[in-house]
Design a protein around this ligand. Sequence first.
Ligand code: ADP
Length: 247
Amino acid sequence: TVPPVPLLEVRGLSKAFGGNKAVDDCSFTVPEGSITALIGPNGSGKTTVFNLISGTLGADRGEILLDGERIDREPSWGRAHRGIGRTFQITRLFKEMTVLENIVTPLRSFSIPQLGLGAVSGPEAARAMELLDFVGLAAYRDAKAGSLSYGQQKLIELAQVLVLDPKLILLDEPAGGINPTLIERMGELIRDLNRQGKTFLLVEHNMPFVLGLCDPIRVLAKGHVIAQGSPDHIQKDPAVIDAYLGD
Ligand code: ADP
């Protein structure tokens, strides 16, 4: 039997900054329907890989395939259009805008280009409220995004990425800097979305969170995948232990 085409595949991806090889011949897959983790010590190239996949950076070498089709020459908006959504390590919400306005922003700048924001109403507002309900923050619809806690802002960002209905969601440290209650909620939301068919690739430093949520795991060191597999397999791999101890 032919193995299924992975939802995302990177092949031989490389990116240098000056003489510094941030990503070096990096290859891995994200199976359709998985919650895949990309882990590794600080500076191992995780954020750069995210930037290369989402298209905010161009690769020096290598290929990126979504559903078996090359996307590495497409601009970031084209990749978003194909179904790649992304959140950032530090949230990029518009702090002076309301929560509801933030959630509809991707729709405005994307499929309905228009100047100014105007009122959020009709189907757009209904969809945004549905997503706010989903992340448990409907009561904050009219609050300024900047007035919410950091963890709440991360949940708003998750709702924001969902508004374009991506099939692959890249999450940059979803559990980073947020309290244990919200970490738990974040994990449940990701699992819930995964059951609804969303595929995830996430970068995360919180190992209990990763080990409890993700399978498979890809481990980066110096821009290269040094180990991969199930949480059980990864935890026993001497190369992984070495990479972290050497950090
Ligand atoms: P991680 O996310 O795993 O911490 P990064 O992808 O942020 O790793 O960084 C990988 C390497 O690339 C590091 O050595 C970092 O200093 C370097 N780097 C990342 N972005 C840039 C940039 N825009 N300019 C120069 N060097 C960069």
